[in-house]
Design a binder for this molecule. Sequence first.
Ligand SMILES: *Cc1c(COP(=O)(O)O)cnc(C)c1O
Ligand SMILES: [Zn+2]
Length: 435
Amino acid sequence: MASILQCMDCGRQYPTNTVIYNCETCSGLLDVKHDLDHWTRRADELRATFDQRLGSLDAPYNSGVWRYKELVYPDVDPSRIVSRPEGSTNLYHTPRLASWAGVETLYLKHEGENPTGSFKDRGMTGGLTQARVLGMNNVACASTGNTSASLAAYAAWAGICGIVLFQNKDVALGKLAQAVAYGATCIRIDADFDRNLELVRQISETLGIYVLNSVNPFRLEGQKTIMIEALQQLRWQTPDWIVCPGGNLGNSSAFGKALHELHEIGVIDRIPRLAVIQAEGANPLYQSYQRGFDRLEPVHAETVATAIKIGSPVNYPKAVRAIKWTNGVVEQVSDFEIMEAKALIDAQGIGCEPASGCTMAGVRKLVNSGVIKPHETVVGVLTGHILKDPDATIGYHRDELRGIHGTFRNLVHDAEPTAESIRAILGGEITAPQA
Ligand SMILES: *Cc1c(COP(=O)(O)O)cnc(C)c1O
Ligand SMILES: [Zn+2]
């Protein structure tokens, strides 16, 4: 049976060759639904298929998204697939960070290791592939930065025209540079992300442009593979917790759907709990969680973690569903906690951008409040690469970030061009070998 689009609220269905983002009847969000029944009681076979493809040199199975094609887009013609390839990111076992956070076992899945430096590539391969299926020649998004970088790269790779709208401030330098360099049409607008997303949807309808924000359900199918790949890396042993930052809530939604589907098929026999971590200054999901998920109240977003500076997350209903499916929780952390956690992750030699710091800061906070138990196994997702936002990193170490007086600062020393001057500095830093 072919995959279909289905409204998450009223259940109305649409064929996958329809250009549509919300239900025509009730404007609910759409899911891509696959024929999972086909795999029920055949979980062993599915796991074996995925395992056999590890290390594959050939497209599309050399991709950490399309390795799981059966759960991403089973009936798509492989010749349509637009892949760099992406995924196959490392899962780091990090005992020192684990002990800082207060758990025995912590793994960090580094999505900053994707081709353009963020998990957005996993969604974009799904989105651009669908653009090709639909025969669309233009794709567009509004972005806090990484979606633009990813769309620009994947559109260029596919030979399709890419258009990105972003706010006139707060787009991190690395991301802006990528969008420009990859050749997208870049439009800077004096408005926040939420307004830019509205604009993108308005122009797209009239200009025949395919929208690739995370309201696009094909992007979420690609992002599901962060979960599938992490589970495979754990030899299909289920951890107790999955922890990720929450901005527009595409990832949380995708993770919930992945875990729900894997459990239905029987690939995993229990569902890990999902913890979504928001920045205090951009916390509409957290606030709603505190009120028992009564409704989404948009906020004016302000945070050092610009990737999650979003006041009105479009995937809110799917994220709520994901948290209910996984018996999940929502936590918030301050900009100080975010930058401290980032500094520690950086100092392990791993590195990440500020939004990813939420993950670690959130784990620590949830352990302190007793929600995550010290003996539980945690998989945290690092969403973006350290080079994305050099200003935030340097600002932290120079003590130039407003209101953030970091405790892990690494100062740059200035020396005279003499050996003496350098020795004077190193004298205080290193121990001389014993004679
Ligand atoms: C997009 C992004 C996020 C937010 O993810 P959502 O799926 O929108 O919640 C977090 N971190 C980074 C680095 C991102 O690029
Ligand atoms: Zn509907």
